[in-house]
Design a protein around this ligand. Structure first.
Ligand code: KIV
Length: 271
């Protein structure tokens, strides 16, 4: 259930059924009401209120600075716009690591104040206590393994993760731990396609990939990236469906020209 007690069409159960029948899951990020309304009407299955809002909405270099209050604000806007899709909200950096009571309080705030359907946490064994505590309150969790941007200062780079056997083995073990704990789905970011397919094969829960190849159960992209609003960032996994940067630039420049050239407003555009 989401806002105003309306039953959602896409539930965690529906996602499991999609995996069973081999139907791929389409997930995109959303941070605001107007975009979320289009995402939902288009039929996207999951809207992720990602902490990538820290980059694409607030202009920070990493996902670390965004706060719980800011994530709740974005989530409220998305939930108000969404009738069909499952809404998952990223728990921001510093609200769940190393303190499972804090983790539970943060997750409860997200669910209570935004009306979202689930939360997403980055990490495996090291956050298991927080995962268990949040799940014990009946809050659905999506895991996130591989390149976990909240740990960028540990990794030092955004290169592909788990190419080496040791890191790949840990990722598979973490994925099993998250599934056994009760997570309903897991995001795998920027890992070899073979490893993504292996995890999707071994686990019963849907695996959503971003740079994890075609063998997973669904895909996610950051909406600003796939629309081409951001243009300085071009990882191999990113397919751009539009060049909104150029379109918006053209529209803004045309408006400036019209205003300065006394062409706007014309006779039909005034009272
Ligand atoms: O914050 C985000 O947008 C994400 C996706 C990249 C999966 O976590």
């Amino acid at each position: 259930m989401s806002t105003e007690g309306k039953a959602k069409i896409v539930t965690t159960h529906v996602l499991h059924e999609m995996k069973l029948r081999g139907e791929k899951i389409a997930m995109l990020t959303g941070y605001d009401f107007s975009t979320a309304r289009i995402l939902d009407a288009a039929g996207v299955d999951i809207i992720l209120v990602g902490d990538s809002a820290s980059n694409v909405m607030a202009g920070y270099e990493s996902t670390l600075p965004i706060t719980l209050d800011q994530m709740i604000y974005h989530a409220q806007s998305v939930v108000r716009a969404t009738k069909r899709a499952l809404v998952v909200v990223d728990m921001p950096f510093g609200t769940y690591q190393g303190d499972s009571k804090l983790a539970l309080n943060s997750a409860i705030r997200i669910m209570k104040e935004s009306g979202a359907d689930a939360v997403k946490l980055e990490g495996g064994r090291e956050i298991l206590e927080s995962v268990n505590r949040i799940l014990s309150a009946g809050i659905p969790i999506m895991g996130h393994l591989g390149l976990t941007p909240q740990s960028i200062h540990k990794f030092g780079t955004y290169v592909v993760r788990a190419r080496e056997e040791e890191e790949a083995d840990k990722l598979v073990e973490d994925a099993h731990l998250l599934e056994d704990a009760g997570c309903f789905s897991i995001v795998l970011e920027k890992i070899p396609a073979k490893l993504g397919a292996q995890v999707a094969r071994e686990l019963k829960v849907p695996i959503i990939g971003i740079g994890a190849g075609p063998g997973v159960d669904g895909q996610v992209l950051v909406v600003h990236d796939m629309l081409g609003i951001t243009h300085e960032f071009s990882p191999r996994f990113l397919r751009r469906y539009h060049n909104l940067y150029a379109e918006m630039m053209g529209a803004f420049q045309a408006y400036i020209k019209d205003v300065k050239g006394l062409d706007f407003p014309n006779e039909r555009e005034q009272y």
